[in-house]
Every structure is written in C-alpha cells, then in structure tokens.
Write a protein that binds this ligand. Sequence first.
Ligand SMILES: NC(=O)c1ccc[n+]([C@@H]2O[C@H](COP(=O)([O-])OP(=O)(O)OC[C@H]3O[C@@H](n4cnc5c(N)ncnc54)[C@H](OP(=O)(O)O)[C@@H]3O)[C@@H](O)[C@H]2O)c1
Length: 253
Amino acid sequence: MASAAASLFILTGASRGMGRAMASQLLARGSGVQLLCISRRTDAALEAEAASAGSQVVQWSLDLADPVPAAQQLGQWLAGLDGAAFGAATLINNAGTVGDPAPLAQAALPALSQALRVGLEAPLLLTAAFLHATAGWAGRRQVLNISSGLGRNAMGSQAPYCAAKAGMDHFSRAVALESGGARIVSLAPGVIDTDMQVQLRSADAALFPDRGRFEKLKSEGMLDSPESAARKVLAWLERPDFGDQPVADVRQG
Ligand SMILES: NC(=O)c1ccc[n+]([C@@H]2O[C@H](COP(=O)([O-])OP(=O)(O)OC[C@H]3O[C@@H](n4cnc5c(N)ncnc54)[C@H](OP(=O)(O)O)[C@@H]3O)[C@@H](O)[C@H]2O)c1
C-alpha cells in the first residue's frame, strides 16, 4: 500500500540507455517510489534493485509502435489505482528511435512509420491516457517528454526523428495551454553515450553525410554518460518552475 507521500512514475524506454539509468536512480530513492517501466524488453535486475531499495517496480513488455493498445492499457491500469495515495504522479516519455538514417527518398516506408509511431504518436497517446486517468488526483501531476536538439535544428537523413521530436515539442506547448492542472515539459537531454549514438556512428556514410559529426563527438569525449544525463533530467522534474517553459534544454539551465 502506497503511503501519502508516495510518488508514481511511468517511464518508457527503461530497458537501455538513459531510461535504464533513470529507472535505477528512481528505484534507489527507496520506499514511496512506485515505477512502471514500458519497453519491448524487461530487465530482471530492476526487480532486484527495487527489492534492495524498498521501492516497487512493475515492467510491461510492450511495443510502442502499436501505441493505441499501450495507451489504453496505461489508462486502465491508472484507473485501478487509488490516486489519493500519491503525492505526485509523473509520466516520462523517454523511448525513441533514430532508425536507419537515410534521405527520405531512400528510406523504407515501414521504418518511417515505425519511427513516428514510437517517437511521436506513442508519447502523445500515453500523455492523453495519463492526463485523463489522473485528472481527479490531488497530487502534483507532471509529464516529461524527452526531446532532442534535432527537434529544433534539422539534420538531413533524420527526417522522421526530427519530425517526431519537433512534434513532441509542439504538442507539449499545446498541452501546456490546457487548464488540466498538470505541468508538461519537452526537454532535450544533451548528447549521451548510448546505443542510439552507436546506431548513428554505424550508419551507412553514403546515406548519412553527418555521420562524422557523431564519430567526432565520441572520439573527443563529448558524450554525457547515461547516469549523468539521467540525473540532470530527473533534477528538472524537481524544479519549482517545472512547466513554466514547456520546451527546454538541460544544457541551457
Ligand atoms: N543518446 C543521445 O545522444 C540522445 C540525444 C538527444 C535525445 N535523446 C533522446 O533520449 C531518449 C533516450 O535515448 P537513449 O539514447 O537512451 O536511447 P537508446 O539507448 O537507444 O534506448 C532507447 C529506449 O527506447 C526503447 N524503445 C525503442 N523502441 C521501442 C519500441 N518500439 N517500443 C518500446 N520501447 C522502445 C528501448 O527499449 P527496447 O529496445 O527494450 O524496446 C530503449 O529502452 C530518446 O528519446 C532519445 O531520442 C538521446
């Protein structure tokens, strides 16, 4: 049974990279933390971390490329919880994919659709389900969308990723204007040493002229660690002015 000060977190993309680091850091806060993780793969180590810290974790293995059932499942799960038990409820839309970078004319149509469903449609639908199901909850309600500098600065061969993140930024601005009592931020997390960067560095250079930029970031030690990036992103949630600026960047304070 959650205590009155309990905090509920819903985190997508918790199986790897920055999301995995965020999951560990949230669970380490101990009793009072209840975490729901959503990604295709689950991680038994998270259960062990929760058990040793006294926090609680639930993991759903879901493909966010199929976002309608995922959002419906989230809404139903939240509707079954006692909202009065939580001092705060937070949705972190962190899952994303860069796919195989390529000029739009050469990209595979199913891959383009997948990138937009995972990167834009799923966060929007999960946000809708979260806001609807928690509308009557008295505690602090927050949505943190993990965006990217590429949502604000375009890059060739990255059209679906750029579009997903720009869409995420702009739907966050729109939701911030709605009077539902929740706060929302679309936050660029910096450049992080994860599988996503490996994917960019291993892309076909003939299809991705900017590949060298990502190789240089790695070779010059410019990548943030997943743990450090996770700390910065989670610290953003604690800011008293969270949501005053619905589009933000950890590098700009
Ligand atoms: N790394 C960077 O430099 C960087 C820079 C700017 C912004 N970001 C953003 O930061 C966030 C985290 O990035 P990261 O670098 O940690 O990524 P990552 O290491 O590639 O991890 C991506 C996460 O998303 C999940 N995911 C991907 N496709 C999914 C699907 N179809 N259904 C469910 N979950 C899915 C993955 O889990 P499964 O594979 O288990 O499904 C994984 O947990 C992303 O939104 C990314 O766009 C990253």
